[in-house]
Design a binder for this molecule. Structure first.
Ligand SMILES: Cc1ncc(COP(=O)(O)O)c(C=O)c1O
Length: 437
């Protein structure tokens, strides 16, 4: 039995924070970290150190942005150099064009771009542009997909099944109190990964939809790949009904491949949004779109602004990130995926040895662990009905006590600086953790 980690200082800081920060955390999902939301002192590459002096192999990696791990030297150096000449110009700089050229070289969808700071913001922009372009009021979103926390999208991400309505025509269930009344009326919810169900939804609502907003790989629930033909079918339905197809590549972009999910799936949307890995850990988001649609942003018929849009630090980090990847993209993604796949296999093996129903699903660069007897999960309801989330929380806690930090929702993010030793240590921790939960 390994000596388990202690969290006394984190507990004391969390206690102190109760009176200063609402709930003691700045993003709700962090509250679920058990036995206590951790307080950190430092992080480098694949590792983090908390205030109690515990070292962790980190697979949260900022919930995805840190594709190179924490504080890679080449980004630290580039940003330090560039920011000494100014932070926020509310004006243009050539750096933005350099980044854009590299983006356009990498992403299959070609066209002009716009920058913002977070995934939530850029998805709002995509929805507004789609409505502006088509003149239609509604949009389609899928159960189990997350597109940020705003009123227009905070519906049916992980709804309780007893309130979610029938499988083929789900009810839009708000994720939060305080959402503007009427927001849900503009959203059509559909199950994801079922082409017949999608066809039926289009027959009922196709003419009033501005767009379909989809995660092209369902990274926010179990890391589910689309069934063969599903995305092609979605593309075809959108074309037939004059509906824009928007890929939310906030997680998949620059993570699952240089060209993101579009490259893996071979399907092209009309607009695509990016954030997380684009700037290697700095807050930057981006939308790219077909020129005839982006034109409405260009001439201001659809408005967009932001004080921090294309600030020096984020653009500098993006330039350093893209340059790093573009030196040899094939090798970068081959190595990232190979180490992730070795970890996936090691976790599965640990599960078999412990006679556990640990299930691992996804890609080398990002995947989910769950507890279910099902070999594969295909959609949100499949996940909600068959995965034991409580066991996952116990597993994450047992892993934390053994020096491995996992996300509170089940998604793992590989970083290019995770070492083979980090992977071995994680598999060993899983072997031990699975014996106690
Ligand atoms: C697919 C997807 N879209 C949008 C967002 C929102 O991004 P942000 O947290 O940067 O606002 C997230 C965040 O996890 C996401 O996973």
């Amino acid at each position: 039995m390994p000596e388990l980690y202690r969290f006394d200082k984190s507990r004391a800081l969390f206690e102190r924070a109760q009176e200063m920060v609402a709930g003691g955390v700045s993003s709700q999902i962090r509250r679920a970290e058990a036995p206590v939301p951790l307080w950190f002192e430092r992080a480098k590459n694949g590792l983090m150190w908390d205030v109690d002096g515990n070292e962790y192999v980190d697979f949260v990696q900022g919930m995805g942005p840190n594709i190179f791990g924490h504080a890679p030297d080449f980004i630290v150096d580039a940003v330090a150099r560039d920011m000494s000449d100014g932070f926020v110009f509310a004006g243009q700089m050539e750096l933005e064009l350099e980044v854009t050229e590299m983006v356009q070289q990498s992403v299959p969808l070609k066209g002009p771009v716009r920058y913002a700071s977070s995934g939530t913001e850029i998805d709002q922009l995509a929805l507004r542009l789609a409505r502006g372009y088509t003149g239609r009021p509604k949009y389609l979103k899928f159960e189990g997909h997350y597109h940020g926390w705003t009123d227009t999208v905070a519906f049916s991400v992980h709804p309780p099944l007893d309130r979610a309505g029938p499988f083929e025509s789900p009810i839009a269930v708000p994720e939060s109190g305080g959402i503007a009344s009427g927001s849900g009326a503009d959203i059509v919810i559909a199950p994801w990964n079922d082409l017949d169900a999608l066809r039926a939804v289009f027959e009922r609502h196709g003419d009033e939809l501005a767009c379909v907003l989809t995660e092209p790989i369902m990274c926010n629930t179990n890391c589910i790949m689309p069934r063969p033909g599903y995305m092609e079918g979605m593309r075809e339905l959108c074309d037939r009904y004059g509906v824009l197809l928007i890929f939310d590549e906030v997680i998949t972009g620059f993570r699952v491949a240089l060209g993101g999910a579009q490259e893996l799936l071979g399907v092209e949307p009309d607009l695509a949004t990016y954030a997380k890995a684009l700037a290697g850990g700095f807050p930057l988001s981006m939308m790219i779109g077909k020129p005839e649609i982006m034109e409405m942003l260009g001439d201001g018929r659809v408005q967009h602004g932001g004080s921090f849009n294309s600030n020096v630090m984020s653009m500098s980090a993006a330039r350093a990130s893209l340059k790093h990847i573009l030196k040899n993209p094939a090798r970068f993604y081959r190595e990232l995926n190979a180490r992730g796949n070795r970890l996936i296999e090691g976790l599965r093996q640990a599960g078999r040895e412990a006679e556990s129903d640990l299930q691992v699903q996804g890609l080398g660069s990002t995947f989910w662990t769950n507890f279910t007897t099902k070999e594969e999960i295909f959609d949100y309801r499949d996940h909600a009905e068959n995965c034991d989330e409580e066991r996952y929380h116990q597993f994450a806690r047992a892993m934390l006590e053994r020096g491995v930090r996992l996300s509170t929702n089940g998604r793992w993010h590989m970083a290019s600086t995770h070492t083979d030793a980090d992977v071995d240590r994680t598999i060993e921790a899983a072997r031990s953790a699975l014996t106690v939960i």
